[in-house]
Unconditional design. Sequence first.
Length: 374
Amino acid sequence: MNNRLQRMSALIRKEFIQIRRDPSSLLIAFVLPVILLFLYGFGVSLDAKEVKIGVTLQDPGKEGNGLAAAFLASPYFRARISHDEGLLEQELVAGRLRGLVVIPENFSRLVEKGGGAARLQVIADGSEANTANYVQNYAQGVVNTWWAMHQRDHGLPSQKGVQLMTRIWFNPELTSRNSLLPGALAIIMAIIGTLLTALVVAREWERGTMEALMATPVAISELIIGKLLPYFILGMLAMLGSVAISVTLFDLPFRGSLPALLLSSGAFLLAALGQGLLISSAAKNQFIAAMVALITGFLPAFLLSGFIFEIASMPPMVRALTHIIPARYLVTNLQTLFLVGDVWSLLLPNVGILLLLAAVLFFLTARKTVKRLR
């Protein structure tokens, strides 16, 4: 046991010495996230699209049911109808719904009197500003269309329609930066986490030091831990630095707790570093390893994590693919931590999936490395 600890300690010291001698790791860990944060913070702004909504039907009347049916029939929404507003609010907080339409008890009676005093409440999840705008605009469109058909069917003259009372949760000002930066942090960590370890083993092969490592009694598990731990520490420091910049420079609210942030970030970094180690074990060339890391680390995280494009609107095959993208789970957790708080019912399942992905990646890395060392 003492020999095992000594070997691992020597490997870890070796990696820290290598980091000190090769500043590229420090540039990836600390300079790259700052540059990308400035690009995302100052240069990117977007307002976009689609999401699931809930419809709270408190009115049993004909008009209330008709409007609920209009939301169900709308091609722009995937509506879920319930009489329990509390249940749908929990779904909204947990991120399974992005909007909520409340049809109050007296809705049908007020519509029968002319509709001018009839009101609906629309609650939108402001953690994604583009989605909140989408919910508001298209809810208004559904209501206007339903009201026009109601007037036509009943032979009523054109008059003022149903009023929508909108509330935005979590990001009341709908500042796109507040919803953009948490996702940007996840993309940044996906890039640097994969890159940090993608070059490690490839560098050993290129410099001819892998043969020396193979001649030592170091076990595969010791080699993986020795390579992983220093870069895990660098990645966590980079994450904390990026969060500090986001909160202080860009006034990004942080409503969660530090332990929840460290848990989510640590689980994600294990998966990202494991992906980088697997790439590094398969490629003996640093350039190839770096390119594969960027393609498999950045592009899927950017396109398939829900950072920009709504996962619910993707084709079924692509939507299924997103379940193996680690950044998908970190994007959700960071948006929750920054804008909502510690919603453990949402955070913990995502952390569990990240740890499972990390375990699979480390298993594949160990198998691949065994084959290389035989």
